[in-house]
Design a protein around this ligand. Structure first.
Ligand code: ZN
Length: 301
């Protein structure tokens, strides 16, 4: 039996540690030995879960537990329609199809695997080797939700992690690694921590709210804040102004959210009136605006 995934560790990372101790065989040989077949490697939404479970390679497990506890599925599926989330799980159980496609998160993953220096120190105090944490790989996170440290870029690019398993060694997480984002004093670290913790919480949640119902809830809350017009549509310019006031330069850290210090209204329109394609980050930002506006209103009344 291989080492079970540790605290917040991805299944990919557990494979990578096992592979390292087995002398880093080519991934096809490792898969062949474990499953009798080679399968594609995805670090965030892995496939072949049925084979992982039935092989017992990581100890007793079931598909539901593996998908929810050892992968980034709960984060990417949280705001997706339930039928799309089910289709993603079906693909993760199998080994042929790409699970990202039904969730619309094909290009969302950060270019490199990320790590937190303080987490690495903690890990190496407890264990002989470090691991990749799920929460550090969330595209909406720039800092570690536990330490508030800026996340660092490892040497593991998308191509490298698709072609095989790479463990979180010192060579891959060097002391002179670059930060995932460079920001000045205008960005409030507390806001980044709020976002990182909100994203992290999604990893431990199960959600069966239909996106249409969620949008209805958003509109009801906006109505309570006088942010709907007479025909019941969101007042995007006013919401954009609140977005700038709540998040400020944080919006500049992701492409397409703001331009010249002003919140771009297009993604807000998609989130509040469009299809189901908005990423978790957009929902988390809106939630922050609604919560702070409701808090202010509550204090006034
Ligand atoms: Zn940390």
């Amino acid at each position: 039996m291989l080492t079970r995934p540790r605290y917040d560790e991805t299944l990919y990372s557990a494979f990578a540690r096992a592979s390292m101790y087995l002398g880093a065989p080519p991934r096809s040989r490792l898969h062949d030995a474990l499953f009798g077949i080679d399968i594609s490697v995805f670090d965030d939404l892995p496939v072949g879960i049925r084979r992982v479970v039935s092989s017992g390679a990581f100890g007793p497990a079931d598909v539901d537990g593996v998908v929810h506890e050892w992968t980034l599925f709960p984060y990417y599926a949280h705001f997706a329609p339930i039928e799309r989330a089910r289709e993603a799980v079906r693909r993760m159980e199998g080994e042929g199809q790409w699970p990202h496609e039904p969730l619309g998160c094909g290009t969302a993953a950060p270019a490199r695997l990320r790590f937190c220096r303080s987490c690495r120190t903690d890990m190496l105090e407890q264990q002989a080797d470090a691991w990749w944490r799920r929460t550090h790989q969330l595209p909406s996170s720039v800092v570690c939700p536990d330490h508030g440290d800026t996340l660092m870029e490892s040497m593991v690019t998308r191509d490298r992690r698709r072609s095989g398993y790479v463990a979180a060694t010192e060579d891959e997480c060097p002391a002179d690694a670059s930060a995932v984002a460079v920001f000045d004093g205008g960005v409030a670290i507390g806001d980044l921590l709020t976002l990182a913790r909100a994203g992290d919480a999604l990893l431990d949640e199960r959600c069966d709210v239909h996106p249409d119902d969620r949008r209805e809830t958003y509109l009801r809350r906006l109505a309570g804040l006088d942010l709907l017009n007479r025909v019941g549509q969101a007042k995007l310019p006013a919401i954009a102004t609140l977005m700038e006031a709540r998040w400020g330069s944080v919006l500049e850290l992701w492409p397409g959210l703001a331009r010249d210090g002003r919140c771009v209204q297009g993604w807000l329109g998609t989130l509040l009136m469009g299809g189901h394609g908005s990423p978790p980050l957009h929902h988390l930002l809106l939630e922050g605006v609604l919560a702070s506006a409701e808090g202010r209103r509550g204090r006034r009344t």
